[in-house]
Design a protein around this ligand. Structure first.
Ligand code: NDP
Length: 432
């Protein structure tokens, strides 16, 4: 059975509002950044004057070049995922007792992708600025293409599921929205969620960050320090992600959330368009910060990314060694929790209650949100829109912390209660 984490009414409301509002939002955000100087007020007054017809007029039609760029990029990433060598890695045991196996070649794919992209530019074979010039068409094509992709995932979940970690909750809308399969694959080796979340979504973040930098260079003949800080921090973050990609396969996105509209459409469309948006804004706003301020922001951002990485690393090292590791120089304090799988087997899991995980149950979201702030703040405060991602991320992670707490409470019962008594705060120590 697919797990519904919110009540059906909340699921219907969020599903319908996401379907209705996210696609136009992606287009309006791009339009405001690229054609309205980043000013929400200008876009609002345009819409006020022109109404829905105005939105239809500015909505770029997916063009052949947009499809070509998406297809070449997607095919290249799929080929790297399949062909590059990598260590065999086992994912966590699924609710029905399966253990997915992956090939950990994310870091290699990341370097090959960036080297190829920069190489194409350097040798004059392909100018990344073309991607920026066709960004609206690309987002438009992604919006429609990804919707079709999610329909295909839904059909696959019904007719050809890849494993027993699949199933319908009996409601078409919820199945489509939350997904049917936990680990959908094409053949034995091509993992669809690794492709959508990591190799298409997260990789596009790095590729677009570089694209914005190159476009600003093309316009002004130089790159502003604000753009440099933004690009470096985003690249450090994405590098950290691929460095730790096998760890990501143990997180909620992969181990708990099924492949549906929520996660797949999000990674295929929302990540390239919204997550990269502070850089998109900076292309036309070459703010000069001055060396000192630029360095302060860079150092603060790197520190937050490091702490976020260290939180994830600490939890995974603790689980991998079965608690036989050192946490902040001491033996970890822990709770030994038992739970029952859907197949009725009793299993044991360890919950870390010291280190970062003793500060709050989801402390790792604090440095995650702070790093996003630090790669946005080079845009300074002339416009509100570059901060949209930070605000969205805060809402997403506060909701996620609640979803995760609810899921863990039903998984671990009294052991989770004990954890909550020991570690009282959900995200911000002493506050929340
Ligand atoms: P994780 O999956 O890493 O952590 C939550 C899971 O860890 C729980 O479901 C539980 O799983 C286990 N767990 C909980 N408490 C403990 C504990 N005390 N000791 C050991 N295990 C525990 O969380 P996320 O997927 O949310 O985050 C992973 C990373 O991704 C973070 O760095 C986060 O900031 C980032 N992220 C970024 C987002 C973005 O859009 N930029 C969105 C979401 C996450 P189990 O069932 O195994 O016990």
């Amino acid at each position: 059975m697919a797990a519904t984490v919110h009540s059906p009414i909340v699921t219907y409301a969020s599903m319908l509002s996401l379907l209705a509002f996210c696609p136009p939002f992606v287009i309006l955000l791009w339009y405001t950044m690229v054609h309205q100087d980043g000013s929400v007020i200008q876009t609002c007054s345009f819409l006020w004057e022109n109404g829905v017809q105005g939105l239809i007029n500015i909505w770029p039609r997916p063009t052949a070049i947009a499809w070509k760029i998406i297809f070449c990029y997607g095919a290249f990433e799929a080929a790297l995922q399949l062909l590059l060598p990598g260590k065999r890695v086992e994912g966590p045991i699924s609710p029905t007792g399966n253990r997915p196996v992956y090939k950990a070649n994310g870091m290699a794919a990341y370097f090959v992708t960036l080297a190829t992209y920069l190489g194409l530019w350097w040798f004059g074979i392909f100018n990344p600025a073309i991607v920026y010039d066709h960004l609206g068409e690309i987002f438009s094509a992604l919006i429609f293409g990804s919707l079709v992709f999610c329909v295909l995932l839904y059909v696959k979940g019904h007719v050809a599921p890849s494993s027993s970690d699949s199933g319908s909750c009996g409601n078409l809308i919820i199945d489509f929205y939350w997904g049917m399969e936990l680990y959908p694959r094409i053949g034995k080796n091509f993992d669809i969620k690794v492709f959508t979340n990591c190799r298409f979504g997260m990789m596009s973040w790095a590729v677009l960050a570089v694209t914005y930098c190159i476009k600003q260079y093309e316009i002004n003949g130089k790159v502003s320090d604000s753009m440099l800080v933004n690009t470096i921090l985003m690249l450090v973050y994405v590098t950290k992600f691929f460095w730790w990609e096998a760890g990501y396969w143990n997180t909620m996105d992969i181990a708990h959330d099924r492949a549906g509209f929520y996660i797949c459409w999000g990674c295929l469309v929302w990540v390239p368009s919204i997550y990269t948006s502070p850089g998109m804004y900076l292309v036309n706003h070459p703010v000069q910060l001055g060396t000192q301020l630029a360095i302060y922001i860079l150092v603060a951002g790197c520190l937050c990314i490091y702490i976020n990485y260290d939180c994830d690393r600490q939890r995974q090292e603790f689980r991998r060694t079965n608690g036989k590791c050192s946490v902040w120089g001491k033996a970890p304090s822990k709770i030994v929790a038992t739970y029952t799988t859907t197949a009725g087997e009793t299993k044991t899991s360890l919950l870390l209650t010291s280190g970062w995980w003793g500060l709050a149950r989801h402390f790792h979201y604090v440095p995650e949100i702070s790093s996003a702030f630090f790669w946005t703040v080079p845009a300074l405060f002339d416009n509100f829109l570059p901060y949209f991602y930070v605000i969205f991320l805060t809402i997403l992670l506060f909701d996620r912390a609640k979803r995760d707490d609810d899921r863990c409470r039903s998984k671990y019962g009294k052991y989770w209660k004990l954890y909550c008594e020991k570690v009282k705060y959900r995200i911000i120590p002493g506050i929340y």
